[in-house]
Design a protein around this ligand. Structure first.
Ligand code: IVH
Length: 712
């Protein structure tokens, strides 16, 4: 018997064995998805397995297991958060995979209500957001508790994390809300926020993020709400749980009400009585899928009339009156022609798949990520299988998947098509760029091997050196006008700039050089002068930017600012960091004592300053530049010191990050959402729900110009 034997051909014994096998597969997949936020099989594979499972149960009711998965939603809550019992269970949805399934659903409804003369059934159709569902409880208009779905009956109390989400009102807007209102909807992360987080993390040598859904899930389960706050999660409201009074008579109107109470509701919801229009809307949404900016995995149809919803009722853990019409995954089959290794700024070796070009969801894909060594091997460092346990080899026929803006990935191989002479891929243990040893570090506490292999060559590795230089001049670091990735790569290739200090001696060396920059392709007298002036303008960088620019692993902007604030001068920071690097306990304790700094950062900072090559590079740099003293003194007497400020709408005189930096420099706290604790909202054109929220809470709102007047 095999996994694709037709169910009608199964003997009862074979069916039982197959049911047990699928049970194990699905349980493992649920655990990975719901508790570990790290799915191991694709949604399509999961759906196929689940469908087969249900079909076997239907054909052989006598072998149905007592712990049947048809009764179960999700997985029991993870440890660590308080449990919340849902007064009204959080349900799952049945699936429709094609137009016929949808027509059947509508027909079932018409049949159920056939005795009602002349009744025309209306349905709503709206996107199915690929995020995590959450239930938000409001008492007398105030947000009091928020929970995950968990197993549908009992979830986790994640109130504080949900509070950080700007789309979730802390107090309801408008009027007429029931005293008890539980709003249900989906927490998700946009493609833009996901890409930015991933890039930031890669630059800082932090963890890898696989997709927006898992990242949103991980962000919601943070022990520290400040971390959640930084992830910029979003929320769409689409339903409700416990209510002390009905919201409306129809699904459609109830959702509009939620909008009026200050929730964000999806603009792509329609209501219709025609199956044809439901399917048209499905195709319209599918066509927009790639440009929505967030992941959706189908369309949900719901019976509109709430009284009829109640009458139609439920099966097991899903309503009869709603169904999810899933999109086929954007997948395609092609051949893996090669594997290249890219070396990042902190030395991470990232394998990239080179593919025979193939169209996936309307886009030609030639490269895909292979994540890391374990992913290629099909086993993690403990030997547990990843995916289906098959390794990935050059020459393999592979399944490529694209989800929105996320980098295409290889989700499976087709074992039957593997060439007889193929060999397992040997992940290099030497850096392909500099030949230095490449190693996998063990986690200092858990001893678990890092999934990424890293080059130990640091600055002697040309790939790391170039990436490090690009980082040094990048926008959030030294931000030198006219010096971007392209110029850095060219200057490094022709030997003009080998380390950061060389940037600042360019003008002087160029004056003496026979191979003047103005004579090089792409340059002229004026552009060279402009570049040198821009470089000179940055000889006294702000301390936080300077520390960030050094590119110390695990030291991102926030951490760099903490160091700048704490030490005030570069010399003071360096002295403590060096001492910590030489194992002096007092210095280590001083660093660990900073709120927001942990062991990983301290280890990394210590190692950086204990390295002689880095020390020499810093000495050379300090001969050319003088980092400023960090201006904490100015903060105390500013007009906004100690205040909580929210920026919203588009700002014209400064970027968001500038605004934030400026406010913090002046001693204010910047928040992403408006609450009763907010002192001031700076609103630019296009400000929406936050502005409304501020007005309803009576928080002071000023314009961007007012802000500048206030802080001068
Ligand atoms: S309605 C009783 N509407 O899909 C009906 N669910 O597969 C409950 N989801 O648990 C759900 N978008 O997490 C509904 N527009 C939408 C949705 C949606 C995403 C999720 C939700 C639910 C899961 C069921």
């Amino acid at each position: 018997m095999s996994a694709d034997t037709a169910i009608t051909d199964l003997t009862p014994e074979a069916a039982r064995a197959e049911l047990d096998r699928l049970h194990a597969v699905l349980e493992r997949a649920d655990k990975a998805y719901f508790q570990e936020d790290a799915p191991e099989i694709t949604d399509a594979e999961y759906d196929a397995a689940k469908r087969r499972y249900l079909e076997i149960e239907a054909k052989f009711p006598e072998i149905r297991r007592a712990d049947s998965l048809s009764e179960k939603v999700g997985a029991a809550p993870a440890e660590g958060f308080a449990k919340v019992r849902h007064a009204v269970p959080m349900l799952s949805l049945g699936n429709a995979f094609d137009d016929d399934d949808v027509a059947d659903f509508v027909a079932r409804g018409r049949k159920f209500f056939e005795r009602e003369q002349g009744l025309e059934l209306a349905f709503t159709a709206e996107p199915k957001i690929d995020g995590l569902s959450a239930s938000l409880r409001y008492e007398n208009g105030v947000f009091v508790r928020g929970a995950t779905r968990g197993d549908g009956t009992e979830g986790e109390d994640i109130t504080e994390n949900l509070r950080t989400i700007g789309d979730i009102p802390k107090k309801l807007a408008g009027s007429g809300w029931p005293d008890v209102l539980e709003v249900r909807g989906e927490v998700y992360m946009t493609h833009a926020d996901f890409a930015a987080l991933k890039a930031r993390s890669a630059a800082e040598g932090g963890q890898d993020y696989v997709n927006p859904r898992n990242t949103a899930a991980g962000s919601l389960r943070q022990k520290d709400p400040a971390v959640t706050a930084k992830r910029n999660l979003k929320f769409f409201a689409y339903g409700w749980g416990e209510l002390s009074a009905p919201l409306a008579e129809t699904q459609y109107e109830a959702v509009q009400k939620l909008g009026a109470f200050g929730f964000v509701v999806n603009p792509l919801m329609i209501r219709t009585t025609s199956t044809e229009e439901m399917l048209e809307h499905y195709r319209r949404i599918e066509a927009q899928r790639a440009t929505l900016g967030y992941d959706i995995d189908g369309v949900v149809y719901k019976l509109d009339n709430l009284r009829l919803q109640e009458r139609w009722g439920f099966v097991a853990r899903a309503p009869r009156w709603a169904i999810a019409h899933k999109f086929p995954a954007e997948q395609a089959t092609t051949i893996l022609t090669g594997i290249d290794i890219q070396v990042g700024r902190t030395g991470t070796l990232t394998p990239v798949a080179r593919l025979q070009p193939v169209t996936v969801g309307g886009v030609v894909v030639e490269n895909a990520t292979l994540h890391n060594e374990d992913y290629i091997a099909g086993r993690d460092s403990t030997g547990a299988p990843i995916r289906d346990g098959y390794d990935i080899r050059v020459g393999d026929t592979v399944i490529v998947q694209r989800a929105g803006d996320v980098i295409p990935q290889i989700v499976a191989i087709v074992p039957e098509k593997r060439p007889a002479d193929s060999v397992p891929y040997a992940f290099p243990h030497q850096c392909p760029e500099c030949g230095s040893e490449a190693v996998r570090e063990a986690h200092p506490k858990t001893g678990k091997l890092d999934a990424r292999r890293r080059c130990t060559g640091e600055l002697i590795c040309p790939a790391q050196a170039v990436e490090q230089l690009k980082h040094f001049v990048s926008r959030d670091a030294l931000d030198i006008d006219g010096l971007g990735d392209k110029q850095i790569a060219a200057f490094h290739a022709d030997g003009r700039v080998m380390q950061a200090a060389d940037i600042f001696t360019l003008r002087e060396r160029d004056a003496r050089s026979l191979k003047k920059l103005k004579d090089q392709e792409g340059w002229g007298e004026t552009s060279v002068k402009k570049l040198f002036d821009a470089i000179d303008a940055r000889r006294e960088p702000e301390l936080d930017r300077f520390i960030f620019a050094l590119g110390i692993r695990h030291v991102g902007e926030t951490t760099a600012t903490l160091f700048a604030k704490t030490f005030g001068t570069f010399a003071a920071f360096r002295e403590t960091a060096q001492a910590a690097g030489h194992g002096e306990e007092e210095a280590r304790a001083a660093l660990l004592g900073i709120d927001g700094i942990g062991e990983t950062v301290v280890q990394s900072v210590g190692a950086f300053f204990a390295n002689e090559r880095n020390e020499k590079a810093i000495d050379d740099l300090l001969a050319e530049v003088t980092p400023q003293v960090y201006a904490v003194a100015a903060a105390a007497d500013s007009a906004v010191a100690g205040k909580t400020v929210v920026f919203t709408g588009s700002l014209e005189r400064m970027t968001r990050s500038e605004a934030k930096a400026m406010a913090e420099r002046l001693g204010a706290k910047v928040s992403g959402s408006v609450s009763a604790k907010t002192d001031l909202v700076v609103a630019g054109p296009g400000a929406g729900s936050k502005l409304k929220q501020a007005e309803s809470l009576g928080v002071q709102v000023i314009s961007e110009d007012d802000w500048f007047d206030l802080v001068q």
